[in-house]
Design a protein around this ligand. Structure first.
Ligand SMILES: C[S@@+](CC[C@H](N)C(=O)[O-])C[C@H]1O[C@@H](n2cnc3c(N)ncnc32)[C@H](O)[C@@H]1O
Length: 384
């Protein structure tokens, strides 16, 4: 971990990632693969075809946009600017799960799949039953997946050194028992206690063993749910988004560019109309270094998925000096432009913390400039 260190930041933010050397704007700070990752259950149900291990798309951008927009005749120009090698696609030797390569198949089997191999067409199989229960409790847009939790448990249980694997999992952001319960309540809604018990029972039918007993108690399971809710990083590997990124780089006349931009806007509109919420992130993963990155409303780094799979890259948005904390934004561009009041509200509602970033601390001493529109949204919220 050259050039970086994880250490305690303060009592408000907990652990944080710090630079131990200078990073120039645009420089890659880190790249890492997740401990485990998985597709969201609803995305899989909508046949979002991706490698079961690394989430690389297993369909071309054209196939992807035709399916998501329900327009089978759409033709994407410059399709050759996006290469998708589907020749190496393979499946598990024992079940029908698909992988983009032999290497992903082997790594999945070694990490968790040995314990989770099952006939995906068997409606009675404990994994199918668990996924169906999860889908009924957690409608899109999903923010995490019960499969991520199941893969963590299988990862510990089939590890050559289960206590060490369990310790690695426990290093992720930790909260108190009450905070865990509050977070899971938020994740599952009003029925949370019953639903948590159902999920716990169904999960222990899927994966069980000596080394994971502590995670299958009511408290341990709640804590693991909070762990995936707090640390799960959304993974975006949409082939359509990758095609858009590739065509933006092509040199063309202003006229052609304008036509192409209009065409892209229309594509997104079609997709949004048919299956909007399935477009942006297709799953989530648990990253050891990345998950120690705190949020800032003035971020100095940005994560992306440049390889079209679950490998994350963190790049500097500005020059970062040694000793500085490296922060990303948990909010989207649009929310970042809003007042402190609105940003704090969104972070509290979606991530359950009060933001102590530099920008919020500085703005706390100034009069809040919440717009009338934001105020009236708050009033609507308050009425709810
Ligand atoms: C993915 S973890 C980041 C690492 C975390 N600080 C730790 O100690 O493991 C996300 C959690 O960090 C804390 N956090 C992140 N950004 C924060 C901020 N700007 N202000 C206060 N707490 C923050 C919140 O508790 C949040 O749920």
């Amino acid at each position: 971990m050259e050039g970086l260190e994880i250490r305690n930041c303060n009592s408000k933010k907990g652990k944080a990632l710090f630079a131990t050397r200078k990073y120039e704007q645009g420089e890659v700070i880190l790249e890492e693969d997740p401990l485990v990752s998985c597709q969201f259950a609803w995305n899989a149900a909508y046949r979002y075809l991706a490698c079961d291990f690394c989430m690389r798309p297993l369909e071309t951008p054209e196939q992807n946009v035709r399916r998501l927009s329900c327009k089978p005749d759409i033709v994407l120009p410059h399709s050759n600017s996006f290469e998708l090698n589907l020749e190496c696609v393979t499946s598990c030797n024992h079940c029908s799960v698909l992988y983009c390569s032999e290497s992903c198949r082997e790594r999945a089997f070694l990490t968790y799949h040995r314990l989770l191999c099952y006939d995906t067409t068997d409606a009675q199989h404990p994994i199918t039953v668990l996924l169906e229960a999860w889908k009924q409790m957690h409608y899109p847009p999903e923010t995490t997946s019960i499969m991520l939790l199941v893969r963590i448990l299988a990862y510990i249980e089939q590890s050559p050194d289960p206590p060490a694997a369990s310790a690695r999992v426990k290093q992720f952001c930790h909260r108190t028992v009450n905070e865990d319960a509050e977070l899971v309540h938020k994740l599952l809604g009003e029925q949370f206690t019953d639903q948590l018990n159902t999920l716990r029972e169904l999960t222990s039918n899927v994966v069980n063993g000596d080394y994971i007993q502590e995670f299958l108690t009511p408290e341990g399971f709640c804590s693991l749910m909070a762990l995936i809710g707090t640390n799960g990083q959304g993974i975006g590997t949409s082939p359509l988004a990758q095609w858009v990124n590739a065509v933006v780089e092509i040199t063309m006349s202003d006229d052609e560019r304008q036509q192409l931009d209009l065409f892209i806007d229309k594509l997104y509109q079609y997709v949004e109309e048919e299956s909007g919420t399935f477009l942006n992130t297709e799953g989530s993963g648990l990253y050891q270094l990345q998950s120690s990155c705190n949020h800032s409303c003035l971020p100095n780094a940005e994560p992306s998925f440049p390889y079209g799979n679950h490998r994350i890259q963190l790049k500097a948005l500005k020059t970062i000096m040694p000793g500085s904390e490296i922060c990303i934004s948990y909010l989207d561009e649009c929310s970042l432009q809003r007042s402190r009041h609105s940003r704090q509200k969104e972070l509290a509602q979606n991530y359950m913390f009060v933001c102590w970033c530099e920008r919020c601390i500085e703005q706390a001493s100034q009069p809040d400039c919440t717009s009338e529109e934001e105020m009236s949204e708050d009033e609507v919220d308050a009425d709810d």
